[in-house]
Design a protein around this ligand. Sequence first.
Ligand SMILES: Cc1ncc(COP(=O)(O)O)c(C=O)c1O
Length: 456
Amino acid sequence: MAHVSSLPGITNIQRPNQVLSNEELLHRACLSIAGGDSSTMRVLPYHLPLVAERGKGSRIWDAEDNEYIDLNMAYGPLIFGHCPTKIVERVFDQISQRGSQLGFPSEINTRVAEKIKHLFPSIQLMRFANSGTEAIASSIRLARAYTGRRKIIIFEGHYHGWSDATFHRYHAPLEELPSADFGPALPGTLGMNGAPHDLVAVRWNNLDALARCLESDPQAFAGCIMEPVMGNAGVIAPQPGFLQQVRELLHHHGSLLIFDEVITGMRIAPGGAQELFQVQPDITVVSKALGGGYPVAGFGASREIMDLIVQGTLFHGGVYSSNAVVMSAAEAVLDEILANSREIYDHLYAITNRLARGLRDILSRSGISHVVQNVGPMFSIFLTRGDVEGLCEYRDVRQHCDFDRYIQLQHQLQQSGVYFHPNQFEPMFPSTAHTTHEIDLVLDRFEEAVRCRLVA
Ligand SMILES: Cc1ncc(COP(=O)(O)O)c(C=O)c1O
């Protein structure tokens, strides 16, 4: 890999025993870890080798001490950047003074739940889990148990974790999608033994398709799960009024609305998409930003729905659920948001809008077809084949976007010290640690990359 010069404003720390390059370390990892890492999304075949050594603020450093402005931010959780002092201090205090895992109910769990409820008034009772996947699997069970129905609706391109409950082929090629507006969700991987069962995939932002799907089997649908801002096929906002209309339609059919706010929760507003768009779901799942980099998730609903868990008729557990490490991190995140929400979200929105405006400008001036879409600090660049107005659903992204060209752009930026994920489906997630100055540095690097190498 080409040498990356140090970015202004950051002093490289010398690593005395550096022996292996990024590439060599990945090769070594592959001898012990299947594929070289425990998440396939971090080691795709078109990733340039980057083995992270450390992170601070908006920056990461790799094994060769190359420095990058990170726009991936661990796929969203790092809302206050890498290694934020406010979280680290609280976690350190918890684990050194009181323990990491007590194995009993603890007051800190209640405090965290109370603070989440304050931000998400649709939640009356909640439970904690260790990952978005787990919390979503429980929310699907809840919807089925509460309604006594089998089927669940998801949307094309939406991702809700890798459990058998919801893992579908969310990035299917166009030719594998049904010609109709909805159809049975395809298994996301081998080994699912016929799952996902009773899962129907519908086109996003398409109310008629949803209505037809619900009418195709009245009384069968327990609920509909969605990312209220689609973030797993790039960032695609709901059409104006869509979320409200979906809610009304579902309730008309006796089905529940489940918001997967794993990405949007505490990111696009303190109270997530439900606050931003003023639509109350029946069940909510939160995760990424809640932990600020520590693995925590939660799901919650009305007292009536959650009563299934209270009564013990619907089981939920987990040795590490609401362990004290992640609870102390979550409390630090929530306290910060509750104390300084105006400042935090004003900054996140301002820097992301600046990035969006700057990139549109650069790409337009260079004659490169593109669409830049963001909802606050959830942000995507789509490089398109020809001019496209906007992208409203998964099929649009598949049809219009040039994935190879995006990879080429990403490689150039990575080589010049700016990291974002090479898959165009993955959004960028600016944090409070990104300053205006750093956004301008990113724009400079983009300009340079586009001018020097990206063929218009
Ligand atoms: C919207 C959404 N839901 C659920 C998940 C799964 O969360 P986890 O990876 O913590 O299991 C993700 C992960 O990226 C996600 O983006």
